[in-house]
Design a protein around this ligand. Structure first.
Ligand code: KIV
Length: 278
C-alpha cells in the first residue's frame, strides 16, 4: 500500500500523463471510504451522482439533490485531505441553466473543498465549460455514455462503436479541450475510440470502461468491492466480496441474538464498586 502525502493536484495528474504513469480514481460518497482510499494510495475520488442508484436506490442518477452531494463531498474531503477531489454536477443543476451550474461548481469548491467538477457534456456545453474555466474552476468533461441522458433514444449503452461516431467523439473531445476542460472522462467506449481521443488531445483522459490507453481509470467503488446491487458492468474488476461478507456478519448477529449468545459478559457495563463503609 502506498499513501500520497503531498496533495494531488492537476499539475501532478498532468505530470503522471507526461511520464506515462497511470492514476487511479474511485467513487466515494462517505467518510470511511475516503479514509480507506487515501490510505490505499488512490490519487483521485469522484463524489459521483451514481450515488443516486448505488446508495439511494433510485432507478437512475437524475434525482440526486445538489445539497446532498455537497454534504457528502464535505465528508469525503474530511476523510481524504490529500486526494484530488471531484464533485459531479447533478442533473438538478445541469437542467437549471449555466448560472445554476456555475453556482453549484462554486459550492463544490468553496463548501466541500473539491478540486474540480465533472459535467456530462454534449457539444453545446462548450460555452459553459469555457465560463467555468474562466471562473478558475477545473472542469472535467464527461463524454461517451452519459448516464443523465438515460431517457434519450440513444439510451444507456456503449457509445462510439464505429468510425463515424469515433470521429464525432474526437471532435467533441477537441471542442471541450479548446473550451478549457482540464481533463476528459470517457465512459463506455471501445478501446479504439479512447485511443483516438487520447491521441487527439493534450489533457489527461480518464477512462471508465474505455480500455487501456487512458491516462487514469475510474470505477464505482461499490462495484469494485462486490457491494453493489445487481451485476456490475463488464469493465469492472471485482476485487472483493463485501456483499457476502456483510450478509454473513448480519446473519451471525441475528443467530447470536436469537440463541441468547449475545450480549455476553464481555459486552455489559459493570456496576460501580460500592462505596467503602467505615
Ligand atoms: O457518477 C459516477 O460515478 C460517474 C462515474 C461512473 C464516471 O460518473
Amino acid at each position: 500500500m502506498s499513501s500520497f502525502r503531498a496533495r494531488v493536484d492537476l499539475a501532478f495528474l498532468r505530470q503522471c500523463k507526461a511520464q506515462g504513469r497511470k492514476f487511479a480514481m474511485l467513487t466515494a460518497y462517505d467518510h470511511p471510504t475516503a479514509v480507506a482510499a487515501q490510505a490505499a494510495g488512490v490519487q483521485a475520488l469522484l463524489v459521483g451522482d451514481s450515488m443516486g442508484a448505488v446508495i439511494l436506490g433510485h432507478p437512475n442518477t437524475r434525482s440526486v439533490p445538489l445539497s446532498l452531494m455537497i454534504t457528502l463531498a464535505e465528508a469525503v474531503r474530511r476523510g481524504a485531505p490529500s486526494i484530488y477531489l471531484v464533485g459531479d454536477m447533478p442533473f438538478e443543476a445541469m437542467s437549471a441553466g449555466n448560472e445554476a451550474v456555475i453556482r453549484a461548481a462554486l459550492r463544490f469548491r468553496d463548501e466541500a473543498g473539491c478540486d474540480a467538477v465533472k459535467l456530462e457534456t454534449a457539444a453545446q456545453h462548450d460555452a459553459l465549460v469555457g465560463k467555468l474555466s474562466r471562473a478558475g474552476i477545473e472542469t472535467i468533461a464527461h463524454l461517451g455514455l452519459r448516464p443523465q441522458s438515460v431517457l434519450s433514444a440513444d439510451g444507456y449503452k456503449a457509445q462510439a462503436r464505429d468510425e463515424i461516431t469515433i470521429a464525432e467523439l474526437v471532435a467533441d473531445a477537441r471542442r471541450m479541450e479548446s473550451a478549457g476542460a482540464a481533463m476528459l472522462l470517457l465512459e463506455a467506449v471501445p478501446a479504439e475510440a479512447a485511443a483516438a481521443v487520447v491521441g487527439a488531445v493534450r489533457v489527461p483522459v480518464i477512462g471508465c470502461g474505455a480500455g487501456p490507453s487512458c491516462d487514469g481509470h475510474v470505477v464505482v467503488t461499490h462495484d469494485l468491492l462486490g457491494w453493489s446491487i445487481g451485476r456490475p458492468p463488464r469493465f469492472v474488476p471485482v476485487l472483493a466480496a463485501l456483499g457476502e461478507t456483510v450478509r454473513g456478519a448480519m446473519a451471525e448477529y441475528v443467530r447470536r441474538i436469537t440463541e441468547g449468545v449475545y450480549p455476553g459478559p464481555e459486552h455489559v457495563y459493570p456496576m460501580r464498586a460500592a462505596a467503602a463503609t467505615t
